[in-house]
Structure formats: C-alpha cells, structure tokens
Design a protein. Structure first.
Length: 192
C-alpha cells in the first residue's frame, strides 16, 4: 500500500475538518459517526486516527473552523454594506431567513453547535473554543453600550426554534416576528 504524501495528508485533514464542521452543524456531534464523516470525503475510518487523536479533538477543530467561516461571512457583510450598522442589519435579515434556517450545515456555528455544547460532556478546550466564538460574534453585533450578547441570544434562540418547527406556519412566524421585534427594539440603526 502506498504512503500518503505529507501534502496529501494535510489536505485530507483540512477536508475532514471542513466536512466535520458542516456535518456537526447539520446532524450534531453524536449524530455524525467517524465512519460517516470519512465516507463523506472518500477516506477510510483508519485514516481518521492518523489525523486526529480522538473525535473530541476533531470537534474542537471543527468548531474553530466554523467560527472562522462566520468571521469570513461577517467580513463579507462589512465589505458589501459599507458601514457597520448597515452590515449588522443585513446580517440580521439573513440570519432570520428561511435560507439560513434550512441550511444548518453552512449556518451559524453559534446555533449549530449549541445543542452539543449544552448536552454533551465536552472538554474544556472545546467549550472554550465555542465560548470564544460566541464572544467574538457578540462583539461584532455590539453597538455602543450594548455588548451584543442579547442579540446573539435572540438570533440563536429564534433560529433554533424556527429549525425545530420547520415545515409549520409557526416556523415562519418565529422568523418574521423576531425580525420585527429586533428592528423595533434597535431603532433606525438596525433597519435595513
């Protein structure tokens, strides 16, 4: 059997982390087996243990990668909308959309990893990675004296409830009413 080059091993690791980041947000950590993950990128389960000491180590990297994706998304909103207030309003519109609700695998990691962080016995390193991502998202959402945490809590709660009720009229109402409430509570700075 041929050995994998160092460059190919690094690429395999990158692909595994990216796939895990998406699958964990879609199915949860316990809902994604190592075999499912490796199959999704066309590799064997044995290859996993050459790259990662444990599934928990992969969870930490996948969460970090997912928050990196969120940083890229937020930077894109800044670039596309010019000023921060307009970018924040556009992000809220996107966050509370059917598109975001229906695509958890590429959606916000704050919502995507929340259940696992709350339910599972997670190593301190994994929980701290998640907490850092939440703090950074809140900081991006903040305006003046507002630390952004109430906005994160509102957005994440709304998208989790909308996903849990997807396919019902209630799901749409959750998105729409939260959007209206957030726009009204933030005044002109959050209107798009």
């Amino acid at each position: 059997m041929s050995r994998v080059s160092q460059a190919q091993a690094l690429e395999n690791r990158r692909r595994a982390v990216a796939a895990a980041s998406q699958l964990f947000r879609e199915r949860g950590v316990n809902g994604t087996s190592v075999a499912d993950l490796m199959k999704s990128i066309g590799l064997t389960t044995g290859g996993f243990y050459k790259q990662f000491p444990s599934k928990e180590a992969l969870v930490a990297e996948a969460a970090q990668a997912a928050f990196g994706d969120l940083d890229v998304l937020l930077a894109g909103f800044e670039t596309d909308h010019g000023d921060h207030d307009t970018a924040r309003a556009a992000l809220v519109d996107f966050y509370l959309s059917a598109e975001h609700r229906d695509q958890p695998g590429t959606g916000c990691p704050t919502a995507g990893f929340a259940g696992d962080m709350a339910r599972e016995p997670i190593a301190e390193e994994v929980r701290e990675t998640y907490a850092t991502g939440v703090r950074e998202f809140a900081a991006w959402l903040s305006a003046d004296a507002n630390d952004g945490l109430p906005m994160v809590a509102t957005l994440v709660g709304a998208i989790l409830l909308a996903r849990a009720t997807a396919g019902t009229e209630l799901s749409e109402k959750i998105l729409e009413s939260t959007q209206r409430a957030m726009t009204a509570s933030q005044g002109p700075e959050l209107e798009s």
